[in-house]
Design a protein around this ligand. Structure first.
Ligand SMILES: [Zn+2]
Length: 453
C-alpha cells in the first residue's frame, strides 16, 4: 500500500472522509465528510476566515448564491470556453479526457495530435478513436416550473425550457465580481481592499480521480483583492508572502514541500500578467494547492460592459477615479485537506511498538482533548473524569470522551485522529486533584493540576 492508500484507509476507518453515496454503490467524483472530517473542515474554514477576514481591516466577507443569472457565465467566458477535450472510443463507447491519455499535452490538444500518438483505449485496449469534442464542464439545470417534456414540446415550450437553463457555479469568484459595486456603494472601503468568499463550486469532470483532488463538487477559498492599477506588483508580493506564511503557520505545511511555480506567459490566461501556482508534494507527487493570479481589470471590465454599470472606484482623499485591478488567491478546500493530512500522517515507534498518528496543528485537530477514567468500572473515577470532561468542554468546546478498551488502545485511537492531549483520571486524582496529560507527538506524560488545564 502507498502512503496515500494508508491515508485514504485511515480517513474511512476513523470517520473523516467516506465515498459519496457509499451505501448505494457510490457516486463518482463525490465525497462525504464524516464526524471527524467535518470538524477538521470547519476548523480549517474558521482558521482561514479568522486569518484573512476577522484579523484584517482591509478584507470583507461575502456569501453569494450558488445559482447565478446565466449571463454571469457568458460574461466570464465559462459558457464558451470552460471545456475539456472529450474523446470517445468507437468500439466500446467509453469516454475520456483526451489530454489525460497521452503525456505532455494540455486541454488544447487536437484530434491530429491525439491520433499521431494513438494510445490504447484504457477500457477495451483498441485504438479506434472518434474526434475530439469540447465538453463544457458546467452542471446545467432548469430553474422554475419546466419539465423534461418541454424541451421536446411546442416552440413556446422549447423557448421556455431554453430560457430556464441555469448552472451550478463553476467557481466562486464571479459572485464577488458581481457584488463589487454593492459593497463599494454600501461600506465605502478604502483602497486596497479584498472580498473573501468560501463556498461550493461544481465541475462536471470527465474522469474524476486522485481521491479528493479532482472531484465534481468541491469548495473554494477565494479572495479578490482590489488595488490601484499601478500598485499591483507590491500587492501581489504581499499577498503571496502572507499566503505562504499562512500555509506554514496555520495549516502546518512544511516549507520544503511547498513549491512555487511561476506560470509562463504562454500558459497564462490572456488577461493575466502574472500567475503563480503553489504546489505541494503530497504522497503521489506534486499537485497544485492554489494559485495567485493578477487578473488586471478584466473581470470588472466585463461586468461593466455587460451590465452597463460603472465599476469605477473614486478615491476618498484624492478624488481620483479608476477601475481597480485584481489579485486573486484561490485555494481548494479538498486539496488543502489532503495536503494537511499528508503532512500530518506519521508512522513511528513508541517503546518498540509501531503506531500511526496525525500530527495535526492544534487549531485544526477535530478534538483538542480526550478525557478518560483509567478504569471504567470504578464509579468514583468515572465521576471525577466526567467533572474534568465537563470543565474542559466548557472552556475548549472540542473535547471528546473515551472509556472504551484499555488505556493503550485509547491512546492509539486518539493518536490516529490527531488529538493533541489525552487527559487521564486515576486514583491519585482523587487524592491530589492532578491528572495525567499525555502528549500526542512525544507520548510523554506529565502530572498537571486540574485547574491548570
Ligand atoms: Zn474502448
Amino acid at each position: 500500500m502507498s502512503k496515500l492508500d494508508d491515508i485514504v484507509s485511515l480517513c474511512k476507518r476513523r470517520g473523516f472522509i467516506f465515498p459519496g453515496s457509499d451505501i448505494y454503490g457510490g457516486m463518482a467524483g463525490t465525497w462525504d465528510f464524516g464526524p471527524l472530517g467535518v470538524q477538521l473542515k470547519n476548523n480549517l474554514v474558521n482558521t482561514w476566515w479568522n486569518y484573512w477576514v476577522d484579523k484584517r481591516d482591509d478584507m470583507f466577507g461575502i456569501d453569494a448564491a450558488i445559482i447565478m443569472n446565466p449571463i454571469t457565465w457568458e460574461v466570464s467566458g465559462h459558457t464558451a470556453t470552460f471545456a475539456d477535450p472529450l474523446i470517445e472510443c468507437n468500439d466500446c463507447h467509453s469516454r475520456f479526457r483526451a489530454d489525460k491519455l497521452v503525456d505532455g499535452y494540455s486541454e488544447s490538444i487536437t484530434t491530429e495530435e491525439f491520433k499521431a500518438i494513438n494510445p490504447k483505449c484504457p477500457n477495451c485496449g483498441k485504438t479506434n478513436w472518434g474526434t475530439i469534442r469540447k465538453f463544457n464542464m458546467m452542471f446545467q439545470t432548469h430553474v422554475g416550473a419546466v419539465t423534461p417534456e418541454d424541451e421536446n414540446g411546442s416552440e413556446t415550450d422549447k423557448e421556455l425550457a431554453r430560457r430556464s437553463i441555469a448552472y451550478l457555479r463553476p467557481e466562486t469568484a464571479q459572485g464577488i465580481f458581481t457584488n463589487y459595486k454593492n459593497v463599494v456603494d454600501t461600506i465605502y472601503p478604502s483602497m486596497p481592499f479584498g472580498l473573501c468568499q468560501f463556498g461550493k463550486s461544481f465541475r462536471n469532470e470527465i474522469s474524476p480521480r486522485d481521491y479528493i483532488l479532482r472531484d465534481r463538487e468541491c469548495s473554494q477559498f477565494e479572495i479578490e483583492y482590489f488595488v490601484k492599477p499601478d500598485t499591483w506588483e507590491e500587492n501581489f508580493e504581499s499577498i503571496r508572502t502572507e499566503y505562504l506564511e499562512f500555509l506554514q503557520k496555520y495549516l502546518g505545511l512544511s516549507k520544503a514541500k511547498i513549491h512555487e511555480l511561476e506560470v509562463p506567459e504562454e500558459d497564462r490566461a490572456f488577461y493575466s500578467k502574472r500567475t503563480i501556482d503553489i504546489m505541494y508534494e503530497y504522497p503521489n507527487g506534486e499537485e497544485e494547492l492554489m494559485g495567485i493570479a493578477y487578473r488586471t481589470d478584466y473581470d470588472l471590465g466585463n461586468v461593466a460592459k455587460a451590465s452597463g454599470k460603472n465599476m469605477e472606484y473614486r478615491d476618498k482623499n484624492t478624488g481620483e477615479t479608476f477601475v481597480p485591478h485584481v489579485i486573486e488567491p484561490s485555494m481548494g478546500l479538498e486539496r488543502a485537506i489532503l495536503d494537511i493530512l499528508s503532512e500530518a500522517y506519521t508512522e513511528d515507534e513508541i517503546n518498540g511498538e509501531k503506531r500511526v498518528l496525525l500530527k495535526l496543528p492544534e487549531g485544526l485537530a477535530p478534538y483538542k482533548f480526550c478525557v478518560s477514567p483509567l478504569l471504567k468500572n470504578k464509579p468514583e473515577l468515572v465521576e471525577k473524569a466526567k467533572f474534568v470532561y465537563n470543565k474542559l468542554k466548557e472552556k475548549y468546546t472540542f473535547v471528546t470522551w473515551d472509556d472504551s478498551g484499555n488505556i493503550g488502545k485509547r491512546y492509539r485511537k486518539q493518536d490516529e485522529i490527531g488529538t493533541p492531549k489525552c487527559v487521564v483520571i486515576d486514583f491519585d486524582t482523587l487524592e491530589d486533584d492532578t491528572v495525567t496529560v499525555r502528549d500526542r507527538d512525544t507520548a510523554e506524560q506529565v502530572r498537571v493540576k486540574i485547574e491548570e488545564l
